[in-house]
Design a protein around this ligand. Structure first.
Ligand SMILES: [Zn+2]
Length: 362
């Protein structure tokens, strides 16, 4: 079903691209610029079970993105410069910010050499608990678990999950159902549920985070390059809106303090984990203001306009299912985002790339 949704959305985008309409409409939809969102950058891994494929792109595609952005006459700038431009009058120059969420090691090993070569500034939003090995990207842990077992047995809150997980189709379904259950319970129960069952199957969550995410030495390597901005992404990567206010505030403040302590530079920029309405809203935007962040990004889809709020900025996800130059051109035009409501209705159902995710992670 997920494959059908992606195919449907692609068909819509391809029709739009071939019509050429985006070229005529874009002056009204492209805004002043855009913040692009990436997660992992690596060669496509072998096998067919990759429920989080939307969260990774290849180095080749990242290269294509940078070249298409520049070919469209847009400048790649860092977040401080983007904030300055957004505060000033529109001089007609359009700009793009490249952002990478969570702190995956391949941001250092794959994205960094490429972007340094291209002279493209970028931001890594780091969940400090990943670098400290005290927090775990549960969406990756779930995939590792489902890949490993032939029967998924989990207790998530009140829900007992018992699902076969032998065939590819069964694994995909098990992953989707478990991810949905894990997003419904409170944040602490979510982590307890997935980590305990992973451990019971011999999968060590700490080993997983150490394998996938940068440690502080690696973060420092990035932080010392003026091309790189390290932003805060909280400590434990919880959906802030689902925590009480004091804890949400601590998550934001302590990740900034920890990054400052470990890199010598205090982050001025924040990304709300998951970034959806359900994860970050007015209360979190007010907390970001109170804590003095210069900018903060969500995952609400959109280009930057004069109406964009500096502590609730929209982004455009560079979805791994859409790794083609034409989709980059289209997304930068802002037209698919402007059309998303009508396009979705046309194709019946939630067909946006963000709607295709099996498990959330941003
Ligand atoms: Zn994230």
């Amino acid at each position: 079903m997920q494959g059908l949704k992606i195919a449907g959305y692609k068909a819509g985008l391809n029709a739009l691209y071939l019509s050429g309409a985006h070229r005529y409409v874009s002056p009204r939809t492209q805004g002043r610029g855009a913040i692009l969102m990436f997660h992992q950058v690596r060669a496509r891994p072998p096998g067919r079970f990759h429920p989080n494929a939307h969260l990774e792109v290849t180095p080749q595609f990242l290269d294509v993105v940078v070249r298409r952005v520049r070919a469209a006459g847009m400048e790649i700038v860092d977040l401080d410069e983007a904030a300055r431009r957004m505060a000033g009058p529109d001089d007609g120059g359009r700009f793009v910010v490249l952002t990478f969420d969570d702190g995956y090691r391949n941001n250092l090993t794959e994205a960094y050499p490429l972007l340094r070569e291209l002279g493209a500034p970028f931001t890594v939003y780091l969940a400090s608990g990943f670098a400290d090995r005290t927090a775990v990207p549960w969406w990756d842990l779930l995939v590792a678990l489902v890949r490993h077992v032939s029967q998924l047995s989990m207790q998530v809150g009140d829900q007992a999950i018992e699902l076969p997980s032998r065939s590819l189709g069964q694994k995909r379904a098990a992953c989707r159902i478990a991810a949905t259950a894990l997003c419904r319970v409170d944040e602490d129960e979510q982590r307890r549920a997935i980590e305990s069952v992973a451990r019971a199957h011999g999968i060590d969550p700490v080993e997983l985070v150490a394998r996938e995410m940068m440690g502080w030495g690696e973060v420092r390597t990035l932080a010392q390059d003026p091309l790189v901005t390290i932003g805060a992404h909280t400590v434990g990567h919880y959906a802030l809106a689902r925590l009480d206010a004091a804890r949400a505030r601590r998550e934001m403040a302590e990740s900034r303090d920890r990054i400052a302590e470990m890199t010598g530079s205090r982050p001025r920029h924040l990304a709300y984990p998951y970034g959806s309405q359900r994860s970050a809203s007015e209360r979190e935007f007010a907390l970001a203001a109170e804590l003095g962040f210069t900018t903060a990004v969500t995952t609400r889809r959109g280009v930057l306009t004069p109406d964009s709020r500096i502590l609730a900025l929209p982004r455009i996800s560079m979805n791994g299912h859409f790794q083609h130059a034409r989709y980059v051109d289209l997304l930068l035009s802002g037209v698919p985002l402007a059309l998303e409501g009508p396009l979705r209705r046309l194709l019946r159902g939630s067909l946006s790339p963000s709607g295709t995710r099996a498990s959330a992670s941003t």
